[in-house]
Write a protein that binds this ligand. Sequence first.
Ligand code: UD1
Length: 436
Amino acid sequence: MEHSEQYIINGGTPLQGDVHIGGAKNAALGLLAAAIMTDDTVTIENLPDVRDINVLLSAIEGIGASVDRVNAHTVRICGKNISGLSVDYEYIKKIRASYYLLGALLGKYKKAEVALPGGCAIGARPIDLHLKGFRALGANVDISHGLMSAEAERLVGSHIYMDKVSVGATINVLMASALAEGKTVIENAAKEPHVVDVANLLNKMGANIRGAGTDVIRIQGVEKLHGTTYPVIPDQIEAGTFMFAAAATGGDITVRNVIPKHLEATTAKLLDIGCRIALYDDAIRVTAPSGRLRPTSVTTLPYPGFPTDMQPQMAVVLGIADGHSTVTESIFESRYKYVGELTRMGANIKVEGNIAMIDGVEKYSGAQVSAPDLRAGAALVIAGLQAEGQTVIDDIYYIERGYESFDEKLRALGAKIEKGRKNGSIKTEKDARFSA
Ligand code: UD1
């Protein structure tokens, strides 16, 4: 049913005005898992009201924790009555980050079992580094019958070198080691803002973690954690998506409630392609040039490099720049699945291996396309907003995994975008809110 929803976009209107950015989905996923690590209540504020978050909350309820949704953006979690240490495939198949419950439960109860995540639309996505970290802390880790289970008599701090920078493995090991005995050092740790956010929450809960945000994190294990209240950081990818939509449509918008420092790589590329940027304490204004955008080249890298989660949006913008650009994807191997759809909208892009070579066209042309995954789906929306004529985007279910009220926020900026169903009916705004 929900898979039949689509966006209908009539392109060509420059985006103008202010948009309020919500809490970071990827940070919230880590924070919600960490919240079950105490028997006290943890209140998480500024939670984005998106599908992935709601799935993780169901998984948390599924193991017996209490989840009290105070309002759309606030939840109280109490992990006191957790009765099951096994997280079902039903959740992990919908959202990989359910595997954060493995680190959280292992830390708290020294035992946990989570269904194995498979690959996903953007690549194989192995979990070897998560498991290596748990083993280094003394857990026996077993993979069989589609489950990964970890169990330890005692978790003991250790020195762990991550062979590759991994956000997920860093957060998972951080959680387990927060309640291990003694000191853990994670080297070559991920430096993403959401790693820092999870460390900050755990510290507020009584953990002793130093160095999050650098590539060496030191954790002195504590015996137990306690309750607190904590707001999720702003979503740098949601903000970046709106900023690129402004650039593509010749617009002028201000993204509010952001941490400009987290958006440095994104703003640097907007400057490269000819946009003007004004930075404020918690807002950024992007003004597109009056003529064509300039081409550039970009390589995705772990933070503070250019985020892979902004790669499709960047490619869509470069697809209408005045000249030749290249995009190099260095994190995930199959992250160009949207290029075929974009080509149907008139783009001139050739992919060889992990490099996309782009010759800018003046305008996209409206077409019927499908969102292949979350970020690529958002990128196709940007293309539709710039395109001549009407674009219909199917499978917007993927986009709603990570963007709250995307169409509403775009409409408030002047975009002509409506939500409809494949059978042709356009949903009213009220209906749209109920299903968000
Ligand atoms: C997180 C984000 C995702 C983002 C990605 C990279 C969440 C919920 N998701 O995903 O949106 O695109 O960071 O910024 O925060 N790897 C291994 N072994 C492992 C784990 C990872 O080889 O055990 C590899 C991956 O295949 C990939 C790279 O490391 O090539 C980075 O992946 P990772 O940072 O772990 O991504 P996620 O945490 O899954």
